[in-house]
Design a protein around this ligand. Sequence first.
Ligand code: GLN
Length: 192
Amino acid sequence: MKIGVLALQGDFALHGRALDRIAVESAEIRRAADLDAMDGLIIPGGESTTLLKLMEAGEFVPALEKFHANGRPIFGTCAGLIVLAREVLSPRQFSLGFIDVTVERNAYGRQKESFESEGEAILDGEPGPLRMVFIRAPRIRRLGATVTRLAAYGGECVMAREGSVLVATFHPELTDDTTVHRYFCRMVEAAS
Ligand code: GLN
């Protein structure tokens, strides 16, 4: 199993390190053609408008549509979630629409722009505490009926899944806890 980490912009290196810690092979993806050899893909946090521009310049949109249509799992954190969402607010911008959620960018307000806190993960049935780092994070304002809630913070969904697409508003690569990366790797294993 080999997981690609989109390395156009943002904190891709830390996702590679998280995968190293759980002994999963990964590769930094800089060209759309590199996706062909991957079983799953992580789209990291960063700045979604810049990320989109680089994705469009590198002809990633059709390549990602094919990757997704082939059932290969994709995990988007923060800006990664924003590019995967069905609808983006504040401001509106293009997104891939692979998961039926509406997200609002930078939605925690100025004084809470970046913070670390404890939320609750419900990844494998049993709810458990999970440290979460939010950096100018979006908030999920609407979840489609076929989207599953996997974690909550302050009573709000902060991690969700629809089929082969996993998203989180926080940054699991910034804590030592590998629970979320292990969960994604199980999705990839099950799909390959
Ligand atoms: N605020 C960024 C955006 O709207 C996302 C921040 C992040 O990825 N940490 O694109």
